[in-house]
Design a protein around this ligand. Structure first.
Ligand SMILES: [Zn+2]
Ligand SMILES: [Zn+2]
Length: 179
């Protein structure tokens, strides 16, 4: 038994199509590979990220969509160190595996609302972590980390001088506190 995948248009054996109870032949019309690809694309989309923010943190629909679009905006910057998302993405080859930005609860035990939320890079967020360093201590550690990784000062044109303040804003980089 074979069928043609609706997306890639290839003929493939039925077992390569995910099961679906209410389908006539018990399988989806899209092959597994295409189906997973579309989920992956959805996960990376604003709607997908928003869904994840609602599931993991309990943000409202409106807030989650707002935050998701900020998280995916290449010009959104970390509220502590000032790194823009597009710079993080450009450094993937240098091993910055925490590419991208994340949401941080200002008051860790507080509610998932916009007033208790800010956007941090994963490095600042992870550094702040359970130890709850002050923002100044986080910035100090993070800039030390980049130095240790061999980044020159001129590569870090975005780096804030104190938490959320300073750093060049060239190339149309967006404001630091977009919430
Ligand atoms: Zn396919
Ligand atoms: Zn940061």
């Amino acid at each position: 038994m074979e069928q043609r995948c609706r997306q890639c248009q290839e003929m493939k054996p039925l077992r390569l199509f995910p099961k679906r109870k209410d389908a006539r032949n018990g399988h989806r019309k899209t092959c597994r590979k295409c189906y997973q690809g579309s989920w992956r694309r959805f996960d990376r989309s604003v709607k997908g990220k928003a869904r994840w923010l609602r599931k993991d943190h309990g943000y409202s629909v409106g807030d989650s969509l707002h935050l998701a679009s900020l998280l995916l905006d290449p010009y959104t910057r970390c509220a502590i160190c000032g790194v823009p998302r597009r710079w993080l993405l450009s450094q993937e080859k240098r091993g910055l595996h925490w590419k991208g930005l994340s949401v941080d609860h200002i008051e860790p035990a507080g509610p998932s609302t916009l007033t208790n939320t800010r956007i941090l890079c994963r490095l600042c967020n992870g550094t702040r972590g359970a130890k709850q360093y002050t923002d100044a201590a986080v910035l100090h550690r993070v800039s030390g980390w980049y130095e240790w990784r061999g980044y020159a000062r001129k590569d870090l044109w975005w780096l804030c001088t104190s938490p959320g303040v300073g750093g060049l804003t060239k190339l149309g980089t967006k404001r630091l506190h977009p919430l």
